[in-house]
Ligand binder design. Structure first.
Ligand SMILES: [Fe+2]
Length: 377
């Protein structure tokens, strides 16, 4: 059975930010809180957003969302939201900011602490604060997805926040807002989008319309990531990568798999999510190579411009490793500075991840051990 969920409305193009005032008016939001991080403010990206809003609008700013989303960051944002009697949230940033907004919209209206929400997701009701997202990276897909992860402490594993009620009300994807993203983050977040397209496409949820979107996103990443990393001013490449990220977000609606399970395994340290998943991707593709029935791997290989045959899983793995090297990303988790050594715990964490539920094939403990050792390096 195909279960096709609907995405939030989206405005996409250079200049799409012009829609923001009208969209706030439609929702009767006249005292928005913009949540973001200090880098966004420093690089003048927040200024672009503020300039798009009426001068006399009571816009509040919270710019201390950390690099990885934490309960503390969301609670601090809530204080500003309440103090200034805000009546809507605008998330301006990458995955950390956009996921923090999903948690904030819940605790802004629910009389319950965030840690209790994270342990009792069924307590999230439709009574959430309005939430508009404006991504400043091209890769996480968080601008449209109905979930995310929040770390109780900076180095503790993230707890999932997942509910149709946290899905943003609207995404404004204006590639202009990604133009200052530095090369390394352009590379890592762009490859995150590829993993969303591929894992979503391969998931055990049949959904032909979204599968077509996932293949389209795959093509865009392969064709444009190098250009976006090499020349951040390449407007066509920036736009294509923003669209690929959005398509990756749509692919996430079908579910993910072992690549993202591994991102949780190694996610108990402050390593960048996008880098982690693209480092993990080759080992998972090699695991799939002779195990996935049908022509799913061939179809991905074809979208990537590779020879589509029985070796497609291995070809995809080699191609991803090659792209990672070309755009300056590491090839192992050890290279990223990960120093933990308890392989048994890593295997257990991988096996227990909720991402396995939508995997086309769930690796068993022995198989995960081989994958973990390869990814660790
Ligand atoms: Fe991801």
């Amino acid at each position: 059975m195909a279960s096709i969920l609907n995405f939030p409305p989206i405005h996409f193009d250079f200049g799409a930010i012009k829609e923001l005032t009208l969209e706030l008016d439609k929702r009767k939001i006249d005292r928005p809180l913009v949540i973001t991080d200090q880098g966004i403010v420093k690089h003048g990206v927040y200024r672009k957003l503020r300039d798009a809003l009426p001068d006399d609008m009571a816009v509040s700013l919270f710019d201390k969302i950390p690099e990885n989303p934490t309960i503390l960051g969301v609670e601090q944002a809530l204080e500003v939201y309440k103090k200034n009697s805000c009546n809507g949230i605008i998330g301006l940033g990458g995955g950390s900011v956009l996921d923090s907004g999903k948690a904030l919209r819940v605790i802004a209206t629910h009389d319950i602490s965030l840690i209790d929400v994270l342990g009792n997701l069924d307590k999230i009701t439709a009574n959430v604060a309005p939430y508009i997202t404006i991504p400043t990276t091209a890769g996480t897909g968080a601008e449209i997805t109905p979930g995310g992860g929040i770390h109780p402490e900076p180095n503790a594993p993230a707890l999932a926040i997942r509910s149709i009620h946290v899905r943003p009300d609207l995404a404004i994807c204006d590639p202009e807002f990604t133009m200052t993203l530095p090369p390394r983050l352009t590379a890592a977040t762009g490859m995150d989008a590829l993993t969303h397209c591929v894992e979503g496409f391969l998931s055990n949820n049949s959904n032909p319309p979204t599968e077509a979107i996932a293949l389209d996103g795959t093509r865009r990443v392969i064709n444009f990531i190098d250009r976006a990393v090499t020349d951040g001013d390449d407007r066509e490449a920036r736009s294509e990568m923003s669209m690929a990220a959005l398509e990756g977000g749509m692919a996430i609606y079908m579910g993910l798999g072992p690549i993202h399970a591994l991102s949780m395994t190694f996610g108990n340290s402050p390593l960048h999510h996008g880098t982690l998943v693209t480092v993990a991707m080759p080992a998972v593709m090699r695991f799939y190579n002779d195990r996935i029935k049908g022509n799913a791997l061939e179809r991905i290989a074809e979208a990537m411009g590779l020879t589509a045959d029985k070796e497609s899983g291995n070809r995809i793995a080699d191609a991803v490793a090659e792209i990672n090297a070309k755009i300056g990303l590491p090839s192992t988790v050890r290279e990223m500075g990960y120093d933990k050594t308890d392989i048994g715990q890593m295997v257990q964490d991988s096996c227990e991840s909720h991402f396995n539920f939508s995997a086309p094939i769930r690796p068993n403990a022995d198989e995960y051990e081989k994958i973990v050792i390869e990814v660790l390096g």
